[in-house]
Design a protein around this ligand. Structure first.
Ligand SMILES: Nc1ncnc2c1ncn2[C@@H]1O[C@H](COP(=O)(O)OP(=O)(O)OP(=O)(O)O)[C@@H](O)[C@H]1O
Length: 286
């Protein structure tokens, strides 16, 4: 598996070797997983607008995320957080504005499967695992969905694929549950398994929509530890309402984005945004 740094390096090499980089001018991805982050941005949204029957769910949203960053996005109900993730993952086309993965991959021109292939993995609130299959097989099936693993999986798991599967099982702390049916897992374990399934596809950017919803406090902190362990492997954008979880992820220095009314209301460390009068009024209260 290529690390984030290796992907970045090869993206730079690729753009030097080929003036078009990893994509054509039309934004069609030619080589999965190669993202040009040479300008220090993995995700760039600029002035994005999405309207539903005249109502602006996103209203000039501008936001960027650095490679390797774990960005928490908070904000009141209806702020547009899910709509923003829908734009990034290709589920919703913006009316105007731009959305780029790295320098060259125009997300507004790609369909959802192409965006997934380009390196964006999305986790929805409700865990979606194959309940009637054992945990390890869920990871193997996820791997099969990734063309890069196909050659090794055609016959049987080769050493690299096997090692990746075992490392992921350890990372999501489900080694002892490897042979249990996914349907028998607790909610927190299912959430971790689904993140593991996304990791098998080697995403460059993971979108996580309220991953801690419905979890016990202990499960929430286990999830925070897992996401912490992923730092540097992939970039992450986490939409969340649970402030204890956000505090665990952001720490003292992580950047937190506060959305309201379809745009960014404030951005800064959690401590700074919590003291921001506009954030207190529109979201956190006193
Ligand atoms: N498909 C749709 N059709 C009509 N209105 C929509 C649609 N999707 C979202 N909206 C509206 O757009 C606004 C933003 O919704 P969105 O789900 O993005 O907010 P959110 O910040 O994710 O909220 P929450 O924290 O409650 O999940 C809301 O007022 C919502 O009702």
């Amino acid at each position: 598996m290529r690390s984030h740094e290796q992907r970045t390096a090869s993206a730079v090499e690729n753009s030097e070797a080929n003036p078009n980089g990893a994509v054509t001018g039309l934004g069609h991805v030619l080589e999965p997983g190669v993202i040009d982050v040479s300008h220090g941005t993995i995700l760039y949204l600029d002035d994005v607008t999405v309207s539903f029957d005249g109502f602006r769910a996103l209203d000039g949203l501008t936001l960027s995320i650095a490679p390797g960053e774990l960005r928490c996005v908070i904000g009141p109900n209806g702020a547009g957080k899910t709509t923003m993730m829908d734009v990034v993952s290709g589920k919703t086309r913006p009316d105007s504005g731009s959305a780029f993965l790295g320098q060259t991959i125009d997300l507004t021109r790609l369909r959802e499967p192409a965006i997934a292939t380009a390196g964006i993995g999305r986790k929805f609130q409700k865990p979606t695992v194959f309940e009637n299959h054992p945990v390890w097989e869920n990871l193997e099936l996820a791997m099969k969905a990734d063309k890069r693993w196909l050659a090794s999986l055609r016959a049987r798991l080769d050493r690299a694929a096997q090692a990746k599967l075992e490392a992921t099982l350890a990372l999501i702390d489900l080694e002892s549950a490897a042979y249990r049916l996914a349907g028998e897992l607790s909610h927190g374990q299912k959430q971790r398994l689904e993140i593991g399934m996304l990791l098998m596809q080697q995403p460059a950017l993971l979108l996580l929509d309220e991953p801690a919803a419905g979890m016990t406090d202990q499960e929430t902190m286990e999830l925070a530890r897992l996401l912490d362990a992923l730092r540097g492997t992939c970039s992450m954008m986490v939409v969340e309402h649970d402030m204890a979880f956000v505090a665990a992820l952001a720490g003292e220095t992580g950047m937190v984005t506060v959305m309201a009314d379809g745009r960014v209301l404030a951005e800064g460390t959690l401590d700074a945004v919590k003291r921001d009068e506009r954030v207190i009024v529109s979201y956190l209260g006193r």
